[in-house]
Design a protein around this ligand. Structure first.
Ligand code: AMP
Length: 401
């Protein structure tokens, strides 16, 4: 149960009303075609429900990072076409998100119809959270629905500013699901709560680690970030990735975890090679004694086994970041093995949440995405949420009484 009003609270009152929906349609486009549509299909339940309930639905989104106003390669027109195909209906498209072009399209909607506005970021005022721009967006909605969890950590005109000009502002189904699953990690998680953290570096994830220390029973650390912790323990890590300026911080985190009685597992072995060129054959070496001419690029078999034994008994699992350079076989083996173990644990009753672009790619690569309890659509937003921060796009929504 989340503490913000959601779409379920407003359905009885949407018939004939204009509903402005912030979606995250920031999808990859090549030669004018959408090549990956997870984010679009993730918002379909919200769009469909509003249409079925008789709302006039106006969708708005950003796409990429256009720098100087409108640019054809950042147009949402291909997304409107894709959405029309996906949802088997007409989706009208407005060539601007404010002004007469938007009025002609959004103003012409009949109950049950849907339109998409052009890229919000064609106006620099969007990211500046300019109140006048937000007011011009607000014209398209009697009611505002935010279904763009991936953008909720930014206070932009379409995620925050607009809510000052519309009386009723609620979360869409996708946003609700994200807040529900991520919220449950921080409020009364099923124990033991195991966090798997990986990826290249500790920097950028420091605050998450520190905040999760309050909630987590077991940390499993892999990827490049593990070597800074191993270094802090005085181990020899060869040519592996290390953040020298964070060795002291890593040492402090290890001591904090020890003082709290939180298990903090680092790799005991790793798959190492001279570099990623593929010329030197990979070998498995002890993680505490990596030869000076080698770098660790994946967790080794003993580590996989030790991590798996913790995951099998987990009540809750959160995973962010790959265990190795999973884009380059054979260094994907550790990440794929853990993805499979997380799926098996979920089959046996664990609640599993995977967040962050690379870990999401990894569960797809391992073919287990369907078996994960929740795959977060917002990498940055999910990390900020788990840092304990208030997301401006969530704070701006109406509280549930
Ligand atoms: P991040 O964006 O911090 O989650 O990092 C993801 C990246 O970390 C991926 O591109 C991986 O290839 C990389 N990575 C994971 N493990 C290692 C490692 N042992 N050495 C170098 N890079 C790694």
């Amino acid at each position: 149960m989340i503490y913000k009003k959601t779409i379920g609270d407003i359905l009885p009152q949407v018939r004939g009303k204009s509903v402005l929906v912030r979606v995250d349609f920031n999808v990859p486009i090549e030669n004018g075609r959408v090549i990956e549509d997870t984010r679009i299909s993730a918002s379909l339940p919200t769009i469909r429900k509003l249409q079925e309930s008789g709302a006039r639905v106006t969708l708005m989104s950003h796409l990429g990072r256009p720098k100087n106003g409108p640019a054809p390669e950042f147009s949402l027109a291909p997304v409107a076409r894709h959405l029309a195909t996906l949802s088997k209906q007409d989706v009208t498209f407005a060539t601007d998100c404010i002004g007469p072009a938007a009025a002609a399209v959004a103003g012409a909607l009949r109950p049950g119809q849907v339109c998409l506005l052009e890229n919000l970021r064609f106006h620099a005022e969007e990211e500046k959270n300019d109140p006048e721009f937000a007011r011009q967006l607000a014209v398209w909605g009697d009611i505002y629905v935010n279904d763009a969890f991936g953008s909720a950590h930014r206070a932009h005109a379409s995620t925050e500013g607009v809510t000052h000009f519309i009386d009723t502002c609620v979360a869409g189904y996708l946003m609700e699901r994200e807040l529900d699953y991520l919220g449950r990690l921080l409020v009364d998680p099923k124990r033991p709560f195991v966090a798997i953290l990986g990826g290249a570096k500790i920097s950028g994830k420091l605050e998450v680690i520190e905040n999760l220390l309050k909630f987590v029973d077991v940390f499993l650390i892999g990827g490049g970030m593990a070597f800074t912790f191993l270094r802090a323990q005085g181990h020899q890590i060869g040519r592996s990735l290390v953040e020298n300026d964070l060795i002291e911080t890593a040492g402090r985190i290890l001591r904090d975890a020890g003082a709290k009685g939180t298990a903090f597992l680092l790799p005991v072995d790793c798959v190492a090679a001279p570099d990623l060129s593929g010329t030197g054959a990979p070998t498995t070496v002890g993680a505490a004694r990596i030869p000076t001419d080698l770098a660790g690029f994946d967790i080794g078999p003993r580590t996989i086994q030790s991590f798996a034994s913790r995951l099998k008994t987990a009540g809750t699992i959160f995973w962010n970041g790959p265990m190795g350079v999973f884009e380059k076989p054979p260094f994907d083996a550790g990440t794929v093995a853990l993805a499979q173990t997380v799926a098996e644990a979920t089959d046996h009753g664990s609640v599993s949440v995977v967040g962050g672009g690379d870990s999401v790619a990894a569960v797809h690569q391992a073919g287990v995405a369907e078996r994960i309890s929740h795959i977060s659509t917002g990498g940055g937003a999910s990390l900020e949420f788990l840092e304990g921060r208030i997301l401006p796009g969530v704070a701006a929504l109406d509280d549930r009484e």
